[in-house]
Design a protein around this ligand. Structure first.
Ligand code: AMP
Ligand code: TRP
Length: 325
């Protein structure tokens, strides 16, 4: 099956991105035809620093590779290098009602945060995302919970296009993990962990052991003493249990048994140790690749040329169907 997903090179890539999205990519990679993109055109719909963008793009690519994405098996590339994404996005603009875009939760949230700077790109963002997905005839789109609505819109756009211009696109479907699709903030466990909040709310994949210990140590727990999963009454502990379970591949039940009778402090200490063990390779790999930037450049260039071939085939079909060729 064809898989496509991407992460924006903005903010700090965190544990939520890794556990809910990148880690599930690894299972998919073994049996499918996967494309993993660094979606830089999406990242510029909010205020950003042009001089940092190239560094952020390479950082995201480094994270993909460190996590275990194999560039010999999967395609890894930067969105803005393959121009077909913008061509298809324009064409899909012409069949997408504005109302569909205005009701997107992410648009409402992001435009509320930057009232004075709501560019058309922020509204049209889901159309570019639909283009990313449809260009590669994608069947499965592994994402976190907050992107489900965008993938459903991409499916609706594909359905509408096929009905109007003839069968052209595969209808994509979101794939969301059952537990952990929304990793919560460490300090406010009723809000999702986010790239754009304060650093103490999240674990960054390049955090040092000291930062990890400090953040987990001061993360919000709940009243009571027990290490029990109950998101409604114990959102803090439940979030930490979810993180522990996904990192260790142990079930939440197993962890509840393992930590029965122990206090929050002991549990947090073990979780910190596990996080340090799992995240140290990210820091090591980052410095290794920073010392040899040509490695990432080569992988991204190779990925872009593979992606381009597929994108060009789809665009040929689209141009013919729409009477542009
Ligand atoms: P973003 O951080 O907005 O670039 O999102 C990249 C991917 O990570 C998307 O598929 C999101 O749904 C997912 N994601 C972002 N934050 C979280 C979170 N706190 N928990 C789970 N998934 C997340
Ligand atoms: N909008 C996604 C996010 O914020 C990123 C993204 C862009 C994406 N294009 C995509 C994800 C295509 C999956 C498939 O996380």
């Amino acid at each position: 099956m064809r898989i496509f997903s991407g992460i924006q090179p903005s903010g700090e890539i965190h544990l939520g991105n890794y556990l809910a999205v990148i880690k599930p990519w690894l299972d998919l990679q073994t049996k499918n035809d996967c494309i993993f993109c660094v979606v830089d055109w999406h990242a510029i719909t909010v205020p950003y620093e042009p001089k940092n963008l190239q560094r952020k793009i390479k950082e995201v690519a480094t994270i993909y590779l460190t996590a275990g994405i194999n560039p010999e098996k999967s395609i890894v590339f930067t969105q803005s290098v393959v121009k077909e994404h913008t061509e298809l996005a324009w064409l899909l603009n012409t069949i997408t009602p504005i109302g569909d875009l205005q009701r997107m939760t992410q648009f409402k949230e992001k435009s509320a945060k930057q009232i004075k700077n709501v560019c058309a790109g922020l509204l049209n963002y889901p159309i570019l995302m639909a283009a990313d997905i449809l260009l590669y005839q994608t069947e499965i789109v592994p994402v976190g919970q907050d992107q489900k609505q965008h993938v459903e819109l991409a499916r609706e756009i594909a359905r509408r296009f096929n009905a109007k211009f003839g069968e052209t696109f595969t209808l994509p479907q979101a794939q969301i993990i059952k537990i952990g699709a929304k990793i919560m903030s460490l300090t406010e466990p009723n809000k999702k962990m986010s790239k754009s909040d304060k650093p103490e709310t999240r674990i960054g994949l390049f955090d040092t052991p000291e930062q990890i210990k400090k953040k987990i140590g001061s993360s919000t727990t709940d009243s009571g003493k027990e290490i029990k999963y109950n998101p409604a009454e114990k959102p803090g502990v439940s979030n930490l249990l979810t993180i522990y379970s996904l990192l260790s591949d142990k079930t939440i039940k197993d962890l509840e048994n393992e930590f029965a009778g122990q206090n929050y402090q002991a549990f947090k200490q073990k979780l910190s140790e596990l996080l340090i063990e799992k995240l140290t390779p990210f820091r090591d790999k980052k410095s290794e690749l920073e010392n040899n930037p040509a490695i990432i450049d080569k992988i991204l260039a190779h990925g872009a040329s593979q992606a381009e071939k597929i994108a060009q085939q789809t665009m040929k079909k689209v141009r013919v169907a729409m009477g542009l060729l």
